[in-house]
Design a protein around this ligand. Structure first.
Ligand code: AGP
Length: 608
């Protein structure tokens, strides 16, 4: 996620901007830039790469000034490069903005502004903000920004600055955090608290719809109607490390809790007003999709588990055969591919060596390749024919959580998009599914609020060295992901099993009190799951069931139950995985493991 820093006061701004941005580096970024009011003009320097590259570029320039803004960019619209780095300016270079978030209607705004004579320099959504300020400015920067935010749709944490008004910074916030740090004769702005702590712990936290007028000696905050608000000063107690995790003990827990926002962002602007799917990143024509004979999904680890869910979804909705392969197997089995086989490669980092090799093999064999990745500008994103980004923001913990759930979201959207092209799914069914997709973030929120219901089972689980996850259909696919989460961070040997398969051998390992996690969210499989649960209960296993609201039977058979909100069964993996992520996290904490950096593992496996 991008980083924002602003300063206005009596000190030189540039060193403060760089220092603040360096405290936000942990969030992940691919380019950076600063803009300062240097005497009578705006000076802006931007560079792709790390902050060091920016500092080298600034080296010769004399960036002297006491008001400035800085930004580290995590690309969403437009590849990482100097021109796409923030800040962005208008045609006259009299206004500059930095921005976190996604301007959903930026294309139409860009076209309108171009028709009004504006010329654009970047591929970003953000640049429209600078030109809109130029368009609306009539002598009051704050009023111009207010008109801009009335015009845009989407999410923003933005800061605007202008040579015409050298004594103020204007900020606005909707869905993307902004904090104002309060000093003596100086004030600071940041997207994240770590950037402020060296200078102040007294802050105003901007809420959605609020706009702030920041000068050296004052901060006036107004609501969406321009009415000044009396804000409470929040004193920050955190140290820098705690602040980087937004107060959570580990990045993994922070990222588990970021999933409602990550899912919302990934859905953003991909569902039309009439409830259909709009994936303009996918260039396949209706003709090409109708000629598809097969889909192959290739990935590793958690991404592979997302592909397993994708198989069920694609086969159910498109009635197309789907193969799912771990990339390290796929690339050596001389797979049957060609233009009638769509290959979907899934990779959070976009740098996994085996997945990259699979992508290259698929292209060599003439298959159209769609990539699902979280990192703009990653190798996978550059080499695939088409890319659909998960907008989860940087995932720092080695154990993947928000990347997985947003991969699922993209796979649902891709299935529906292809189904529309193939005319395989009636529009009414698409609308039903997209309506429920938009409910998922609040359902996830509800599950996260139940985390303490896992305490008793987790404390039992953390005492064991072996455990089993069982499920059928989609629940089996999620059981595999749950067992990987538990293994990789708690080091408990967890095994996921197709529930119907237990009696063919593994049931021999079910002993008294062994923890078993049973997923039972698929109504058409309830009776079968109940008999499998009875099988393990007959051997005195200690069973936690993950069930869906409305199921009053499964709970009678088990020792503990977590209920997820009712949803369309096809969408349940996005919800049923959440308790498993939490279970793994708390078991690992109880076992004193290094949750964010588990032994032997790397965040991105760039070797074979
Ligand atoms: C997930 O928790 C693991 N860290 C690992 O399995 C990961 O999913 C796998 O290495 C694939 O990574 P990618 O999505 O970046 O390709």
């Amino acid at each position: 996620m991008c980083g924002i820093v602003g300063y206005i006061g009596g000190q030189q701004a540039y060193p403060i901007l760089i220092e603040g941005l360096s405290k936000l580096e942990y969030r992940g970024y691919d380019s950076a830039g600063v803009a300062l009011l240097c005497e009578d003009h705006l000076e802006m320097v931007k560079s792709v790469g790390r902050l060091r590259a920016l500092e080298e570029k600034v080296g010769a320039t004399d960036l002297v000034g006491t008001i400035g803004i800085g930004h580290t960019r995590w690309a969403t619209h437009g590849r990482p490069c100097d021109e796409n780095a923030h800040p962005h300016s208008d045609c006259t270079n009299e206004f500059v903005v930095i921005h976190n978030g996604i301007i959903e209607n930026y294309q139409s705004l860009r076209e309108w502004l171009q028709s009004e004579g504006h010329t654009f320099r970047s591929e970003t959504d953000t640049e429209v903000l600078a030109h809109l300020i130029e368009h609306f400015y009539e002598g009051d920067l704050k009023e111009a920004v207010r008109l801009v935010i009335d015009k845009v749709k989407g999410s923003y944490g933005m800061v605007a600055m202008s040579r015409y008004e050298p004594d103020r910074l204007i900020c606005a916030r909707k869905d993307s955090p902004l904090v104002i740090g309060l000093g003596e004769g100086e004030n600071f702005i940041a997207s994240d608290i770590p950037a402020l702590l060296k200078y102040t712990r007294q802050t105003f936290i901007l809420n959605d719809g609020e706009l702030a007028d920041v000068t050296r000696d004052s901060v006036i905050i107004e609501n969406g109607n321009g009415v000044p608000i009396d804000k409470e000063i929040i004193h920050i107690e955190w140290d820098v490390l705690a602040a980087e995790k937004d107060g959570y003990e580990h990045f993994m827990l922070k990222e588990i809790h970021e999933q409602p926002k990550a899912i919302r962002d990934t859905l953003r602007s991909r569902i039309t007003a009439d409830g259909l799917v709009n994936l303009d990143e996918v260039k396949l024509t209706a003709e090409q999709t109708k000629n598809l004979l097969k889909v192959v999904m290739v990935a590793c680890g958690t991404a592979y588990h997302a592909g397993l869910v994708g198989k069920y979804v694609f086969e159910k909705l498109l009635r197309l055969p789907v193969e799912v392969d771990v990339a390290s197997e796929f690339r050596y089995r001389d797979p049957l591919l060609g233009e009638d086989t769509l290959v979907v490669v899934i990779s959070q980092s976009g740098e996994t060596a085996d997945t990259l090799a699979a992508l290259r093999l698929a292209k060599e064999k003439g298959s159209p390749v769609v990539a699902v990745t979280n990192v703009v500008g990653s190798t996978v994103s550059r080499e695939a024919d088409q890319v659909i980004y998960t907008w989860a923001g940087p995932e720092i913990a080695v154990a993947s959580t928000k990347a997985y759930t947003t991969q699922l979201i993209v796979l649902y959207l891709l299935a529906l998009h292809l189904g529309q092209l193939m005319e395989a799914i009636p529009n009414e069914e698409v609308v039903l599914l997209t309506q429920e997709l938009t409910q998922l973030p609040s359902h996830v929120d509800q599950i996260l609020r139940q985390a303490n219901e896992l305490t008793e089972f987790t404390s039992r689980l953390s005492q064991w060295e072996d455990t089993f996850f069982i499920g059928r259909g989609l629940d089996y696919a999620v059981a595999l992901e749950g067992s990987l989460k538990l293994k990789e961070i708690s080091y408990i040997h967890a095994e996921a099993y197709a529930a119907g398969e237990l009696k063919h051998g593994t049931l021999a390992l079910i002993t008294e009190n062994i923890p078993v996690i049973a997923l039972a969210t698929q109504p058409q499989l309830y009776e079968k799951m109940w008999s499998n649960i009875k099988e393990v209960k007959a051997r005195d296993a200690y069973v936690l069931a993950i069930v869906m609201e409305g199921d009053r039977e499964t709970g009678k058979e088990v020792d503990a139950v977590i209920t997820i909100p009712a949803t369309i069964p096809l969408l349940s993996p996005v919800l049923s995985v959440i308790p498993l992520q939490l279970l793994s996290y708390y078991a690992a904490v109880q076992r004193g493991c290094d949750v964010d950096k588990p032994r032997n593992l790397a965040k991105s496996v760039t070797v074979e």
